[in-house]
Design a protein around this ligand. Structure first.
Ligand SMILES: *[C@@H]1O[C@H](CO)[C@@H](O)[C@H](O)[C@H]1NC(C)=O
Ligand SMILES: *[C@@H]1O[C@H](CO)[C@@H](O)[C@H](O)[C@H]1NC(C)=O
Length: 657
């Protein structure tokens, strides 16, 4: 009894010690999850919704390998393949740089090419990067239910040197333009969130509403300092964003046409998604909704804005159904367009009996336009036929680049730097020496406009063609064109995709403007909490835009031809051998006897009598016909038939083949 008691006591004591020690060694840093949602009215009567979730875990050396919030799958992925940075995006639709803007942080980091785009930086020796990349594509493929494993083949990915990101040589980049993105890719992405889509802002994600949108991009960005001795201590940051462009149904249709100027459609969370938020995700540190009004919009409303009596949230132009908790105004606006305004709403105090439903109402008609990228980049195909063609990249100036200084201080012509990164599959054999650059219609020498060029030509069935180019274009130009000629290659019959006649996709090219940075700096009021999304917006980021995916028609074999040939040949052979066998195996005597039994015609009797007389033999009744002579007669007939059929068969083969 005493011993058992002492055991119990010692156990309790042991547990107490354990508890105390775990309390005392608790690290100062904790895992952290935040959820945020940004709305921004767009000039073409649409609304941008941008979900931003971020999970941060401290360094493994200080925190240990066990996590409460951080997804285990991603943690293991980072450690297995020693990933320093990774970005994976699934996109449907094309970002409209013209009307949705190309100069703000959301556009430069969340406007993605259609399909899947993946890039990763590994912290492994240079000779192991490809092996890690291959294994990573397979893992991600399983994790996100997508055919990312097609990026495993060395013909689909590239290792850009300096044009994509100026980071390191351990970067691999690949994209699958034709990947269809749907809800089976969203579900695994949501599974990485601590509350999935059961609570918090992610519960807004009603699948039919999301996929009805004009643009939809789901992105996962991972940075890890686990293997970086210099920046150690930051741990792993997993950033998940979902960017959707939706068309709100006008809430009050009667006012939409009441004046000559069109009203922007008013919207609410319920009208956009068909759902409301029942409070925050209990595991989230903060849960905020923001509404951003662009600088040019604020500028256009300025005249009425000033009449406003101090309080924010109620304005002569707009009205929120919930009054905002904070308002942040942009400082140091880079382009003199006016400064944008960010309204913040905290949803910490809402719950299921008091759901959060933000409504946004326009009270006056207003028009504005977004800030565009310095140049408008688009890419198209030239030429016709199945043999040759040319890729053309056009760069058109926008209003924004026309406001650039025409001449530099030191009497030099102002030059605009444009970086181009383009990956072309091997079966499009681009001749890089045929590059021609036209500025305002005039052919320019390559040496004059191209500052740096790195080309790795494609190798058949081994690697794609990669072009990295730095251009210096005059600031006052109207348009520039780059053309590159190519030959179309031939694929092996089993390399064709299922619907080969649709054409082959050339992934989007990336056009970036390193001289320009998007950076929204907000003057924060003192009671505002640190918001990861707002600090992401304040980061300096290069402006970049993706061009269109090109669809190249290649020579495709007529896949029904072999089928036709096989059927015709089989028919001929069946006819030939069928009749041959029939003729050879037919028992002729039997047939004749049957024939005679049936109709002993007078003519036949007469014929047989005559032949008997001619041969000088007595006439015998037909029942005992001798076998020999008619069989000889028949066999020659058979021979004739066989030869005839053979001749027909050969004739057929000769003329049809
Ligand atoms: C990749 O996977 C293969 C097969 O599972 C394995 O042998 C190899 O070690 C892995 N390589 C890396 C770098 O993880
Ligand atoms: C914010 O706090 C700083 C000091 O921490 C103070 O100087 C400043 O006036 C405060 N700003 C506002 C808007 O309260």
């Amino acid at each position: 009894m005493a011993t058992s008691l002492s055991i119990v006591f010692s156990l309790i004591f042991f547990l107490f010690i354990l508890h105390v020690s775990s309390e005392s060694t608790l690290p100062a840093e904790e895992e952290e999850f935040t959820e945020e949602l940004l709305f921004r009215p767009l000039p073409d009567r649409k609304v941008l919704s941008h979900f931003h979730f971020q999970i941060h875990t401290p360094d493994t050396t200080s925190y240990g390998p066990h996590h409460r919030l951080f997804p285990k799958a991603i943690y293991q992925l980072v450690h297995k393949y020693r990933i320093r940075e990774l970005e994976l995006s699934f996109t449907q639709g094309r970002w409209n740089y013209e009307s949705w803007g190309g100069f703000d942080p959301v556009a430069s980091s969340n406007a993605k090419p259609p399909g899947v785009e993946l890039w990763a930086v590994f912290d492994v020796p240079a000779d192991q990067v490809d092996a890690s990349w291959k294994n990573l594509t397979h893992t991600l493929s399983g994790l996100f239910c997508a055919s990312i494993n097609f990026l495993e083949s060395s013909t689909t990915y590239a290792a850009p040197d300096w044009s994509f990101r100026s980071v390191s040589s351990n970067l691999r980049y690949g994209s699958l333009p034709r990947e269809a993105v749907c809800t089976e890719n969203l579900t695994p992405w949501l599974k990485l969130l601590p509350c999935r889509d059961k609570a918090g802002l992610s519960s807004l994600m009603d699948r039919p509403s999301i996929y009805r949108g004009f643009y939809h991009s789901q992105r996962l960005h991972l940075t890890s300092s686990e293997f970086d001795p210099v920046a150690s201590g930051n741990g792993i940051v997993l950033e998940q964003t979902l960017t959707i462009v939706l068309q709100p149904d006008a809430l009050d249709s009667h006012s939409a046409f009441s004046s000559s100027r069109k009203f922007q459609p008013s919207w609410s969370m319920n009208s956009l998604f068909g759902r409301t938020v029942d409070g925050k995700c209990a595991l989230a540190k903060s849960s905020n909704v923001y509404v951003q009004l662009e600088g040019s919009l604020v500028n256009n409303m300025q005249d009425t804005w000033n009449n406003n009596d101090g309080g924010f949230g109620s304005n002569q132009n707009i009205e929120f159904s919930v009054s905002p908790d904070r308002m942040m105004k942009e400082v140091n606006s880079f382009h003199g367009e006016g400064s944008s305004i960010l309204y913040g709403f905290s949803i910490d105090d809402y719950h299921s009996s008091k759901p959060f439903d933000l409504g946004f109402k326009w009270k006056l008609p207003v028009t504005w336009s977004c800030v565009k990228a310095p140049l408008r980049a688009s890419r198209f195909l030239m030429g016709s036929g199945n043999e040759k063609g040319a890729i053309a990249l056009s760069l058109q100036s926008t209003e924004w680049s026309q406001s650039l200084p025409k001449a530099d201080n030191n009497e030099q012509r102002c030059r605009l730097r444009v970086d181009i990164f383009q990956v072309v599959p091997w079966y499009i054999k681009v001749y890089y020496h045929t590059a021609k650059i036209y500025v305002d219609g005039m052919l320019q020498s390559v040496g004059e406009t191209v500052e740096k060029l790195h080309v790795s030509p494609s190798e058949d069935k081994v690697s794609p063609g990669v072009m990295e180019m730095i251009l210096r274009l005059p600031c006052d130009m109207k348009s520039a064109f780059i053309t590159l000629e190519f030959d179309k290659g031939f694929l092996h019959i089993d390399e064709y995709p299922p619907d080969a006649n649709q054409g082959f996709d050339i992934p989007s090219a990336i056009v970036s403007y390193p001289d320009f940075h998007t950076r929204l700096q907000y003057k924060e009021d003192n009671n505002s909490i640190k918001s990861p999304m707002v600090s992401k917006m304040q980061e300096k980021r290069t402006i970049l835009s993706y061009t269109e995916v090109l669809l190249v028609p290649l020579t495709t074999p007529d896949f029904s031809m072999p089928y036709n040939v096989i059927t015709i040949t089989c028919t001929v052979f069946a006819l030939y051998f069928g009749s041959l066998l029939n003729a050879l195996r037919r028992r002729v005597g039997e047939e004749e006897r049957l024939l005679k039994d049936k109709k002993t015609g007078k003519l036949q009797l007469l014929l047989s009598k005559w032949s008997a007389k001619l041969r000088g033999k007595p006439w015998e009744p037909p029942s005992s016909t001798p076998q020999s002579s008619p069989s000889k007669l028949i066999s020659s007939k058979v021979l004739f038939k066989v030869v005839l059929i053979a001749a027909i068969g050969f004739g057929w083969q000769y003329y049809s083949g």
